[in-house]
Design a protein around this ligand. Structure first.
Ligand code: UVW
Length: 270
């Protein structure tokens, strides 16, 4: 079998892992059940006659842990989901049939990185900083990024460096940088397929404000049908100066769920 696609694969690909490693105790949104992993069976618990033995695991977890994607069912506004469906009636037997994570097609899309601190000449953005429409436009111009309909746009704030620090990453007292209502409206107007960021809630959280108000979630998930990807690791892309790539993301096919942990990849020719 031969094709242009396989020719590219055979000539070598360079992959940047955009997902966080799932670890017990990693920082996560207080809104969601914690990730937990344990070993019900360890080597030696049961040993076969030939001396072999197998270990196995169990996980219990919220679906919005680590790097994860929000399905359209995740957020409602005034009792309505995207497209006007009644949020209560849409949950059939505890499953969001119409807008659950199982409805998200595997993503093989053009991915774009907007590195906002690099554009602004800063090491990182401050907690609570709202990335403005002017920031987005200026960053696109200076990093030669032209957003087209169907793209996946990843917004780096530099806040992802705090992931290893635990609660500092969640940003309760400090707030977290990100876009808000204006930025979400602007990017939705460009017809993007999904948006992602290196922060816990994708959008700007004001100092001390927590997750009390999430206007970008409303604009993207409810009003525009645009998926949100959170807690991405964008440091590798930034270090390598990669602003355009093949973006690959496949959510777990969990029927009726509001989200899924993911391990997205950015892929370019080697
Ligand atoms: C919320 O609580 C809004 O969840 P997520 O950060 O996954 O969007």
């Amino acid at each position: 079998m031969n094709s242009a696609l396989l020719d590219v694969v055979q000539s070598g690909l360079h992959t940047v892992d955009l997902g966080r490693q799932l670890r017990v105790g990693m920082p996560q949104s207080p809104n969601h059940p914690q990730f937990w992993h344990t070993l019900p069976r360890r080597h030696g618990d049961m040993v076969r006659a030939d001396g072999g033995s197998a270990a196995n695991d169990m996980i219990s977890t919220g679906t919005h842990v680590g790097t994860h994607i929000d399905a359209l069912a995740h957020v409602s506004q005034d009792g309505k989901l995207h497209g006007g469906a009644n949020a209560g009636d849409s949950c059939l037997g505890g499953k969001y049939v119409e807008h659950g994570v199982h409805t998200i097609e595997p993503m093989l899309k053009r991915g774009l990185l907007l590195d906002i601190p690099a554009y602004k000449g800063l090491p990182d953005l401050e907690g609570g900083y709202e990335i403005t429409v002017e920031d987005l436009q200026g960053c696109m111009a200076s990093q030669d990024v032209e957003v087209k309909a169907g793209d996946v746009v990843l917004i780096r704030s530099g806040w992802g460096k705090k992931f290893a620090e635990g609660s500092a990453y969640v940003g309760g007292p400090s707030g977290v940088p990100g876009i808000s209502e204006a930025g979400a409206t602007f990017l939705a107007g460009l017809g993007v397929h999904a948006l992602g960021a290196d922060t816990i809630a994708f959008e700007m959280l004001p100092p001390g404000g927590g997750h009390a108000q999430l206007p970008a979630h409303r604009i993207l998930l409810v009003e525009s049908g645009i998926y949100i990807i959170e807690a991405l690791d964008l440091e590798g892309l930034a270090e390598q100066g990669l602003h355009e790539f093949l973006f690959v993301l496949v959510p777990l096919n969990i029927f009726g769920a509001t989200g899924s942990p993911v391990r997205p990849l950015a892929v370019v020719p080697a």
